[in-house]
Design a protein around this ligand. Structure first.
Ligand code: NDP
Ligand code: 2IT
Length: 445
């Protein structure tokens, strides 16, 4: 890494001790930016990087609620409003026991560049809680969401900060959060949250958008090698919102998706995952992946090892950060891997990314490949602002155009900076330059 950038990076790491995921996300972006600063010394002079790494505002709050047995529970809530150069802070809320400030900051930092790449007018932010929704009743989830929003409402708004879902936050949670916001503020402010239900301000295609978008981006990468999803053998990690919709889209394009996972194990279904059954088990019944294997013949369920032990020509990691390490990457490469599209945020470790890139595997980093979710959130905001609602086909076409556009931006930026095919470089530089230009224009704030 460039010595000037290394000095800034070291200061950022020292000022944010113990936040390993944030350190990882910052280091990865900095490693791409040397050539930009050679061309744009004004960015260094204006301390754009130092400002980018310091969130504009960080909110941490107590979330008290009572469980079904009447016991008081206390969780911690977060919202990191990272950067508003391009628009209101925009990014999801994650409810998972692992959530702490370092995870929220890594996600918020990634979101700045991702949102810039979409070409939509949205800044970057992220939030969540260490609340674990697993095993909680609907009533408990509702009381938690109401308490969470009772603090969060004062910090968000259509023109300020617009949260959405992420791990552990889907349509049910957005509903409870929106209801409480409306009740406290006495405003039907549809544009304050995205991922809403269709009948009360949501957008068609938003539920599918992240998984669909990841596959569309990966298809664009495959096309550069004269290939496509048709006939590929695909492995997907996770079995939540992003994974299920990535499986559906990959199969619609002619691929066979033979495995997916949850945090307890993975299934191998050589006949191709039955998306209808998977949706029934995971989305309707809120069951575990093991239940899928119990209900379908010829499927094996594996509790040890990793879903990345299953050979694939295309890998779509759609679960969580750092779930695919260097060893798994090397094994996949040895067994014929052609492409990786990251549906999750930072699922590949830095060692894994290096293995893929050295082997010449097409590698689409999350901030580009999974941007379809937030882009469709921005389309939901457009519909809310105009009090309109668009058809499925129209919205899906917009999503497709946006993903093709992001692919083009990443590829042409990589070409421009002399490293064709390096989508990591293209995404980091493409997103950064857009935000840096806006920050310069807006003065020292
Ligand atoms: P969901 O909560 O719907 O699903 C998450 C899935 O990942 C579940 O199958 C879950 O398994 C698995 N998972 C979570 N944590 C772990 C872990 N520590 N180890 C193994 N598996 C794990 O979340 P989403 O599908 O919405 O999100 C998945 C990823 O996609 C995240 O990285 C998220 O940040 C990213 N993303 C999401 C977007 C969206 O629009 N929802 C947009 C862009 C990115 P289990 O049930 O066992 O916990
Ligand atoms: O990581 C992400 O981009 C998301 N969780 C979606 C954010 C959004 O505002 O739709």
């Amino acid at each position: 890494m460039d010595a000037r950038l290394e000095a800034v990076r070291d200061t950022v790491l020292a000022r944010n001790p113990g936040e390993s995921e944030f350190h990882q996300a910052v280091s990865e972006v900095f490693e791409s930016l040397g050539p930009v600063h050679d061309r744009h010394p004004e960015f260094l002079e204006a301390a754009i990087l130092e400002r980018l790494c310091e969130p504009e505002r960080q909110i941490i709050f107590r979330v008290p609620w009572t469980d079904d047995s009447g016991r008081v529970q206390i969780n911690r809530g977060f919202r990191v409003e990272f950067n508003s150069a391009l628009g209101p802070y925009k990014g999801g809320l994650r409810f998972h026991p692992s959530v702490y400030l370092g995870i929220v900051k890594f996600l918020g930092f990634e979101q700045i560049f991702k949102n810039a790449l979409t070409g939509m007018p949205i800044g970057g932010g992220k939030g969540g809680s260490d609340f674990d929704p697993r095993g909680r009743s609907d009533a408990e989830v509702m009381r938690f969401c109401q308490s969470f929003m009772t603090e969060l409402y004062r910090h968000i708004g259509e023109y300020t900060d617009v949260p959405a879902g992420d791990i552990g936050v889907g349509g049910r949670e957005i509903g409870y959060l929106f209801g409480q916001y409306k009740r406290i503020t006495n405003r039907y402010e549809s544009g304050v949250l995205t991922g809403k239900g269709i009948s009360w301000g949501g957008s068609l295609v938003r539920p599918e958008a992240t998984g669909f978008g990841t596959v569309i981006f990966t298809e664009e990468m495959l096309k550069t090698r004269g290939s496509s999803f048709d006939g590929q053998r695909v492995v997907v990690s996770g079995s939540g919102n992003v994974a299920i919709n990535a499986i559906a889209k990959a199969q619609a394009l002619g691929a066979s998706v033979v495995a997916c996972s949850d945090s307890s194990g993975y299934v191998v279904d050589e006949a191709g995952i039955d998306v209808g059954l998977l949706r029934q088990v995971k989305e309707v019944e809120r069951g575990r992946l093991k239940d899928y294997a119990l209900r379908r013949s010829g499927v094996s369920y594996v509790e040890t090892g990793s879903v990345w032990d299953v050979d694939a020509t295309v890998a779509l990691p759609c679960a969580t950060q750092n779930e695919l390490d260097g060893g798994a990457a090397a094994r996949l490469v040895r067994n014929g891997l052609l492409a990786v599209g990251e549906g999750a945020n930072m699922p590949s470790t830095r060692e894994a990314v290096a293995v893929f890139q050295e082997a010449g595997v097409l590698f689409g980093p999350g901030k580009a490949a999974n941007a379809g979710g937030v882009a469709t959130s921005a389309l939901e905001m457009q519909q809310n602002a105009s009090r309109d609602s668009w058809s499925f086909d129209h919205t899906e076409q917009r999503l497709t155009d946006i993903m093709v556009g992001i692919h083009h931006r990443c590829a042409s930026t990589a070409d421009e900076y002399g490293d064709p095919g390096n989508y990591v470089l293209g995404a980091n530089i493409g997103g950064f330059v857009k935000v840096a230009d806006a920050m310069l224009a807006q003065g020292l704030i």
